[in-house]
Write a protein that binds this ligand. Structure first.
Ligand code: B16
Ligand code: MG
Length: 216
């Protein structure tokens, strides 16, 4: 099927909010006396907020009220850090590819697990380059369920088989494959090797390269 649209993950694909998520979780865990390293943070790529906290707590149990309070505290720290985000924080190649897609008459959507995604894309200055936004508020079941990407494709009015999902997380590639999307993995093969097409990042990746790879 002809490719008519693209669905972009946010953190790790268009920008690196992972650093700000790390700082937010680090500050919270230091306050709570819970060990947390950068290596631990790597496992939280594409993982929603609550599930991330559960992984950080490693089986420690807390009352629901405390869990809610910790998620809110981390998010407040995160919101403080992302105030620094500006268009210069777009990862190399991201704006160029979004512009090429628009110029070619194809569509783009965001498919991010983050509830803060609309704020981040506004700060990055790319809201007007996206035809639709699906984020952590759009669906109940998060990645690796395909729901978020299906929601995005529906907003674009396209079939999953007509859309390429660009993802940096294993859970995201799995979600896209389950949903019947074409998959573009960004990052090391150990992480995104299940994708049909893999590049280290969007740096130097152009629309014609992607379209020709998927037409074979
Ligand atoms: P929030 P993505 C994900 O973004 C992040 O990779 C992950 O670390 C974060 O926990 C998740 O969003 C939820 O974010 O707390 O802002 O709702 O990769 O799906 O764009
Ligand atoms: Mg990601």
């Amino acid at each position: 099927m002809t490719i008519r649209g693209f669905i972009f993950d946010l953190d790790g694909v268009l920008t690196d909010t992972a650093e700000y998520h790390y700082r937010g979780w680090k500050r919270l865990t230091e306050e709570e006396g819970i060990p947390f390293t950068r290596e631990d943070n790597e496992h939280l790529r594409g993982i929603p907020r609550r599930e991330s906290l559960m992984l950080i707590l490693k089986g420690r149990t807390y009352p629901e009220g405390k869990i809610q309070e910790m998620m809110e505290r981390k998010n407040n720290y995160y919101l403080e850090y992302i105030r620094e985000i500006s268009p210069k924080d777009l990862l190399p190649g991201a704006r160029e590819l979004l512009e090429e897609i628009r110029a070619a008459g194809l569509k783009s959507a965001l498919g991010s697990a983050s509830k803060n995604a609309p704020d981040v894309i506004r700060r990055l200055g790319i809201t007007n380059l996206l035809n639709a936004v699906s984020d952590g508020n759009s669906v109940e079941r998060q990645k690796p369920a395909p729901d978020l990407f299906l929601h995005a494709a529906k907003q674009l009015g396209l079939d999953p088989a007509e859309c390429v999902v660009a993802e940096d997380a294993a859970a995201g590639i799995e979600a896209a494959l389950t949903g019947g999307f074409r998959t573009l993995g960004l990052g090391p093969r150990e992480r995104v090797g299940q994708a049909e097409l893999v590049f280290p990042s969007l740096h130097g990746v152009h629309l014609d390269m992607i379209l020709s790879a998927f037409s074979q």
